[in-house]
Design a binder for this molecule. Structure first.
Ligand SMILES: [Fe+2]
Length: 282
């Protein structure tokens, strides 16, 4: 039987909340789309500028961070220089950083060059009461996503060999987000993914990037979440590609030791400079 997807209520004010001991405070940054050349732009926006703007905005919260998740499209041109640069920036957070590739990344190049202290491209990482499974949903040369047999086996094994609360992360959306154009670029084999997840009751959430917009829902007990890009946004619920006027953002997650997930999307207070709203393609 297919589980239905229902709305989820976003949490608020995580910055001002006291959490129980053992809670992991996690920052998701996604779809940074950096380039080797720091002056290059995506849809009129300098992606390095907005990335740094997002980081400054987050740092002003003084939220005591335990881990960072970077969920793909890290380097738009998949350049070694771009990966080196983002590795250094992410390492600067001083916490473990777990990274996975998106459709604009080239996974072997990313794994070779995204090397910096505390920055990991490993698929399974345990921290406190939680396990993070970082799946590679990239179909080489294509925009859409797919979970190859090795990724499905990896997930099944990661869930079978540990009973920690688990957050499963990937780049592409495993469910439709309601925009026809980008839902043609979702994971094309969600069936086997959910068959595995449904056999393991300790999966608490699935988190992704790719869609450059917020999505927050539940599928049974599993929370489903996507998040704004650190550069340009796509307007939700559109049949055709449309650039959104929303500013860049990020997601905060509080992963409680009892398995609950509290999570909130935060946007910076400035529109990105140079945004090309009339752009017809991405
Ligand atoms: Fe992206």
């Amino acid at each position: 039987m297919t589980a239905s997807i229902t709305g989820s209520t976003p949490d608020n004010h995580l910055r001002d909340t006291d959490f129980p001991a053992g809670t992991l405070r996690v920052l998701q940054l996604t779809d940074t789309h950096l380039y080797a050349d720091p002056i290059r732009t995506l849809l009129g926006v300098n992606t390095l500028d907005t990335f740094q703007q997002v980081i400054r905005y987050f740092r002003d919260f003084h939220w005591p961070l335990d881990a960072l998740l970077a969920t793909g499209d890290l380097v738009h041109d998949a350049s070694p220089k771009g990966y080196k640069q983002i590795g250094e920036i992410l390492s600067g957070f001083g916490v473990p950083v777990y990274c996975l590739p998106g459709n604009h990344d080239v996974p072997p190049v990313m794994r070779e060059h995204l090397r910096a202290a505390r920055v990991h491209t490993t698929a399974v990482m345990d921290q406190g009461a939680w396990r993070f499974v970082m799946l590679d949903s990239v179909k080489p040369g294509e925009e859409g996503g797919h979970l190859a047999p090795d990724q499905l086996e990896l997930l099944d094994e990661a869930l079978a060999t540990g009973d920690r609360h688990t957050l499963v992360c990937m780049h592409h959306q495993p469910v439709d987000v309601g925009s026809a154009w980008i839902d043609t670029m979702a994971i094309d084999n969600p069936g086997p993914l959910f068959e595995i997840i449904d056999r393991h009751s300790h999966v608490r959430g699935i988190l992704w990037g790719h869609v450059h917009q917020t999505f927050d829902a539940r599928r049974g007990a599993v929370r489903l979440m996507s998040s704004p890009s650190t550069c340009v946004q796509f307007t939700p619920r559109q049949d055709d590609f449309q650039v959104d006027e929303e500013p860049p953002g990020f997601r905060l997650l509080a992963l409680l030791p009892d398995g609950r997930i509290l999570s909130e999307v935060v946007r910076v207070d400035e529109m990105p400079q140079g945004l090309d709203l009339a752009s017809g393609g991405y």
